[in-house]
Design a protein around this ligand. Structure first.
Ligand code: B1M
Length: 217
């Protein structure tokens, strides 16, 4: 398994989408846990690419190629992740990445894990305007708003969503969950969110706690 995960990491680092897709298919054929292959394989690869890019070892086109390889592998593994989805819903979660921010890989993983654990999901996508989050709460029966931000320059948008909810008298209607690399428990507290989750599994546990919908599966 270790050697297989190393190949997954390497395929993303090399930006080799064809190889990454082949490994995702192979993982499914071999019956490996899709979550383990994502978290300990492909995600490790993209994080290493981010580190090398920050150090100036890699350039933006290489980062883009790695992200494409990662996204392709994820698109193949996601249906297997979501297979356990229950029919009965544990609550309705509206999720998206905040405006100005196009990072959607982590947000999509969180959405898939929530869905697999019985939540109904409305995924607004990435680069979602502040007002769009607020409008969606107003017009839907959302129980929880999950806002992802990957950039220090965009995380303030999470605060603006909460302010927008307050202004429209909607703040008490939904629980607000924030996440993404630059966020933290302190940040969540500072902006008046109901909670912060550091990864997709923690997001499921937190959503269950916030919505009072039982223990983690
Ligand atoms: Co960009 N990028 N990027 N990038 N990128 C980061 C985030 C960065 C940390 C890289 C670095 O410098 N080391 C850096 C941000 C620095 C900062 O703000 N302090 C950065 C930058 C600067 C940029 C650009 C500005 C670069 C440029 O153009 N000069 C630009 C911004 C574009 C924009 O958004 N406007 C940019 C562009 C890109 C690509 C398009 C090339 C690509 C994104 C492709 C895509 O998503 N469609 C990309 C990538 C791939 C990355 C890195 C390398 C990887 C992100 C990723 O997908 N990780 C990233 C470095 C890194 O994260 N180490 C980086 C895998 C994913 C599974 O993890 O997203 O962390 P993550 O999600 C986790 C948790 O954070 C959490 O759960 C997920 C699963 O465990 N989580 C939540 C996430 N959202 C959550 C929500 C929740 C709960 C948990 O509840 C609501």
């Amino acid at each position: 398994m270790k050697a297989f995960l190393e190949r997954c990491i390497q395929s993303v680092q090399d930006g080799d989408a064809e190889l990454a897709a082949g490994l995702a298919r192979e993982a499914l054929e071999r019956g490996y846990s899709p979550l383990e292959v994502i978290e300990n394989g492909f995600v490790k690869g993209i994080r290493e690419v981010g580190r090398l890019w920050e150090e100036g070892v890699l350039f933006l086109p290489e980062l883009v190629m790695s992200a494409e390889a990662m996204k392709l592998a994820m698109s193949l593994l996601r249906p297997a992740l979501a297979k356990g989805a229950r029919l009965a819903t544990r609550g309705h979660v509206v999720i998206g990445t905040i405006e100005g921010d196009i990072h959607d890989i982590g947000k999509s993983l969180v959405a898939t894990m929530l869905e697999a654990n019985g939540f109904r999901i409305t995924d607004l996508g990435a680069d979602v305007p502040v007002g769009r989050f607020v409008d969606e709460v107003e017009k839907s029966d959302a129980d929880c708003l999950a806002i992802s931000a990957l950039l220090t320059t965009t995380m303030s948008g999470q605060r603006r969503v909460i302010e927008g909810l307050k202004q429209r008298g909607l703040r008490l209607r939904v629980k607000v969950l924030v996440g993404g690399a630059p966020c933290s428990h302190e940040w969540a507290q500072q902006i008046g969110a109901d909670g912060y989750a550091g990864d997709a599994v923690a997001a499921v546990v937190l959503a269950q706690e916030l919505l009072g919908s039982g223990t983690a599966q």
